[in-house]
Design a protein around this ligand. Structure first.
Ligand code: 1GP
Length: 230
């Protein structure tokens, strides 16, 4: 699992969205550090395993981000499990995890699990609605969540999730300044190199999702941040 510490850039592919073989190949050969497969709606065993097989034809590290029990498929390098700390629903803190362990605990190689402390900050994104996240947070809240994740829960990853919109750099910086061991992931609305660069200078790792499906050339240019952030 230590390999993730070196990751600066991740492309997140949504198994419910379609991508041509040619575009998928360009993403896999882009020089990104890893491909993460995950989404909020319509994530199924079928579409996850279909996409997994296609990405596995390339040599890029491939990880799965868990969103429901039905879509867990063996064959990934690592399994990322979010705990949404600003959700009002215990299901998204540890409820689904409890069910996963009850059903599959005996099969799990815990070395392959990365538990992510999520804080969702875009009130209009699907994950905020689904998890009933309290997104009206101040920088003090973010600092406290970062302490909770870094110093108390001691999680390997804190994920600031703005899915769909470009976030406030100050909020990301508040988290970054409060973390010492935990790796900071930032995801949301990165649509070009400049936005990627601004977030990569604050977060340890940036996640680029939706722009893959809107403008693949712009998405590919975000990988260039790896040259300035080694
Ligand atoms: C979504 O954080 C990722 O979970 C990436 O966000 O799709 O807005 O790039 P975008």
């Amino acid at each position: 699992m230590n390999e993730i510490k070196k990751w600066k850039h991740i492309f997140k592919l949504d198994p419910a969205k379609s991508i041509s073989d040619k575009d998928l190949e360009r993403i896999c050969r882009s020089g990104t550090d890893a491909i993460m497969i995950g989404g909020t709606d319509n994530v199924t065993e079928d579409n996850v395993s279909h996409l997994m097989k296609k990405v596995n034809a390339h040599s890029v590290p491939l990880v799965f981000e868990f969103s429901n029990l039905e879509s867990i498929v063996p064959g990934f390098d690592l399994y990322f499990i979010p705990t949404v700390l600003n959700s009002k629903d215990v299901k998204f803190h540890n409820g689904m995890l409890l069910e996963a362990l009850k059903n599959y605990g005996y099969l799990i190689d815990f070395e392959e699990i990365v538990f992510e402390g999520y804080v969702v900050l875009n009130p209009d994104c699907k994950v905020a609605t689904l998890t009933q996240a309290n997104t009206h947070l101040t920088t003090e809240d973010i600092e406290a969540y970062a302490q909770m994740i870094n110093d108390i829960y001691k999680l390997p990853v804190m994920y600031i999730e703005y899915s769909g919109v470009y976030g406030e750099v100050d909020m990301v910086k508040a988290a970054a300044d409060s973390l010492s061991n935990t790796q900071l992931f930032y995801g949301g609305g990165i649509n070009d190199y400049k936005e990627a660069e601004a977030m990569a200078s604050v977060a340890d790792t940036i996640i680029v999702g939706n722009i893959i499906y809107e403008d693949i050339n712009k998405a590919l240019k975000t990988v260039k941040i790896k040259e300035t952030h080694k």
